[in-house]
Design a protein around this ligand. Structure first.
Ligand code: ADP
Ligand code: MG
Length: 250
């Protein structure tokens, strides 16, 4: 579903991704861990067209991200083609980013109506089902300010799912939450994983990575330091840098 080959990304003179190679299989929960500043968010943002890679290749669902290949030439995609690629990718951020002036239901309906041109009645029905799925059937007419952080994040997940993505990206989805609200969001993510969704999850929740993750990558300073089965890497890290990081967070 995702393949990175020597992905490089710099901001000015600062190289943030220094040749990332990795592969995420369909239906897999792929956890990405690493210290702050190691490039995890930047990598997710490259997958979702929020940043452009400078060198190397990034594929999503077999398609080169941001480019069309003809023979041995690469052409940058037009905005319209980029939007088509992005449609298949859902993203959930640390901050919930809900539209404050819209109810939970309206937040979930917005993209299907505006982008997919679904009818309002169809989108409303589907949005209600999605809110039900994340345990918020009774909050459809609440505004974000009336919801807890955990509830807002679950609306954000429902909103991403409304576009029927093939791939879901989570960038520290529970890091901004009060500790007692983390579990309800992880439960929704666990259900989603069980439904077969391909997920890349940047997280500091090692319990989630161990129990739900199929693969885990430890990134540091723009490179993949170590990867493998989450249970293996977390209990028996081979690299010194991984050991040092885990001794701080576990
Ligand atoms: P992580 O998510 O692992 O904490 P990030 O991908 O957010 O790391 O950041 C990696 C490095 O890239 C940091 O040093 C950060 O300051 C830098 N960086 C991220 N985005 C930008 C940007 N838009 N412009 C300049 N530097 C950036
Ligand atoms: Mg980050």
């Amino acid at each position: 579903m995702v393949k990175a080959e020597q992905v490089h990304k710099s901001f000015g003179h600062v190289e943030v991704l220094k040749g990332i190679d990795l592969e995420v299989k369909q239906g897999e929960v792929f956890c990405l861990i690493g210290p702050s500043g190691s490039g995890k968010s930047t990598f997710l943002r490259c997958i979702n067209h929020l940043e452009k890679v400078n060198a190397g290749r990034l594929y999503v669902d077999g398609h080169l991200v941001g480019y069309r290949q003809q023979g041995d030439k690469l052409y940058e995609l037009r905005d319209r083609e980029v939007s088509l690629q992005r449609r298949d990718i859902g993203m959930v951020f640390q901050r919930f980013n809900l539209f404050p002036h819209m109810t939970a239901l309206e937040n979930v309906m917005e993209a299907p109506v505006q982008v997919k041109k679904q009818s309002r009645s169809e989108a409303r029905k589907r949005a209600q089902e999605l809110l039900d799925r994340v345990g918020l059937a009774d909050k459809s007419s609440s505004y974000p300010s009336q919801l807890s952080g955990g509830q807002q994040q679950r609306v954000a997940i429902a909103r991403a799912l409304a576009m029927e993505p093939k791939l879901m990206l989570f960038d520290e989805p529970t890091s901004a939450l009060d500790p007692e609200l983390v579990g309800e969001v992880l439960d929704v993510m666990r259900d989603l994983a069980e439904s077969g969704m391909t997920m890349i999850v940047v997280t500091h929740e090692m319990g989630f990575a161990r129990e739900v993750g199929d693969s885990l990558v430890f990134m540091d300073d723009g490179v993949v330091v170590e990867s493998g089965d989450p249970r293996e890497v977390l209990t028996n890290p081979q690299q010194e840098r991984t050991q040092a990081f885990l001794s701080k967070v576990l």
